[in-house]
Design a binder for this molecule. Structure first.
Ligand code: ATP
Length: 328
């Protein structure tokens, strides 16, 4: 029998990402349009355990799309990983009259949703992470904004490394995935791009491209390193210094990449995904992650989504290797 959804709880969880607010707005407004009530759970699973919520109506999400961060705050909750925490969260849902939840976050957030589905709730996940590392979706909310923020900083750095004829080693976010590094590297015309997915041969991947650029008359060099690369930016910079004697400086971009006004790409993806999440719930579906595949928005079973893996885009990787002059 199809389950009729009357009240949805929406929350953000894990690391924040620009565009999460646009997704919240979309969930709220789509719910209202479909005659479903919506409330906001603050601080992710932590808020679900503690009953930390706010009512959300049409006006309360007005002007939200352009705002960075998340109006619902976000958190990581160790307590929720235990059965007692999950039971408390489920009883909060019961108390609040919730029959469905929309969680905006990454894989961990989706795993958490499955625990609440076991307690009888309908659940939908929306991929919100700057890392673009959700396997079932070609795009995750926040990725474009993070890349643009990194790019803006790197363009500024380039001015000064050009003046001083230096080598800049910039660490961008991505502990397990190099999507940000690869895209930013291609966009800024980096000399070298290093990602955690690929083993590094320092001679071929780092020293040779720098030497080649030097021989062609270049006097400054931009090296982009993903956070998860062994040794990190400092380790890479040390090796470059030893091998080339270049004046090498490290910049860790860090959390600045998580903030700022979301780009149009993020606002649009977030808005579509929020709409799709509520549409699925209204249709009586549960345990699904909204995903983007090409230009289409679709969804995957959460269990299936969590078994999927995602590599770097091979075309972008080949373009990067070609333009940095590395033999394929
Ligand atoms: P990010 O991409 O930023 O890491 P994420 O959603 O993967 O986002 P996590 O910190 O892994 O971030 O997970 C968010 C929260 O989801 C955790 O703090 C925890 O409360 C819950 N969670 C994670 N894994 C599980 C699990 N296996 N079972 C139950 N809950 C989980």
């Amino acid at each position: 029998m199809e389950k009729h959804v009357r009240r949805i709880g929406v929350f953000t969880s894990g690391g924040d990402a620009p565009g999460m607010n646009a997704a919240i707005r979309s969930v709220v407004r789509t719910s209202i349009h479909m005659g479903i009530e919506c409330i906001g759970i603050r601080r992710g699973y932590h808020g679900l355990i503690n009953g930390d919520f706010i009512p959300l109506d049409f006006g309360s999400v007005s002007g939200l799309s352009r705002r960075g961060g998340t109006m619902l705050y976000t958190a990581r909750s160790e307590d929720f990983k235990a059965k007692e925490g999950q039971a408390k969260a489920a009883s909060t849902c019961k108390l609040l009259g919730l029959d469905a939840l929309v969680g905006i976050g990454g894989d961990g957030t989706f795993r958490g949703l499955l625990c609440l589905a076991d307690q009888g709730l309908s659940v939908i996940g929306i991929p919100g992470t700057i890392d673009n590392d959700i396997a079932c979706s070609s795009y995750t909310i926040g990725f474009d904004s993070a890349c643009n923020t990194a790019l803006e900083c790197i363009d500024k750095l380039r001015d000064t490394i050009q003046s001083h004829e230096r080598c800049s080693v910039v660490e961008v976010m991505g502990r397990r995935a190099g999507h940000v590094a690869l895209n930013v590297g291609v966009a800024c015309g980096a000399t070298v791009v290093l990602v955690p997915e690929q083993e590094i041969d320092y001679e071929t991947d780092v020293v040779e491209p720098i030497r080649r650029c030097r021989l062609s008359g270049q006097t400054h060099f931009m090296v982009i390193v993903a956070e998860g690369v062994e040794g990190g930016a400092y380790g890479v910079a040390q090796k470059i210094k030893e091998e080339t004697s270049l004046d090498t400086r490290v910049t860790i971009l860090g959390h600045v990449q998580r903030g700022g006004t979301p780009t149009s790409r993020d606002r649009i993806a977030a808005t579509y995904m929020g709409y799709e999440a509520v549409r699925l719930l209204a249709e009586g579906q549960s345990c699904r992650v909204v995903a983007k595949q090409g230009n289409e928005y679709t969804s995957f079973d959460i269990h299936e989504a969590l078994t999927m893996t995602k590599g770097l885009d091979p075309q972008t990787y080949t373009v990067m290797r070609t333009l940095t002059g590395i033999q394929q």
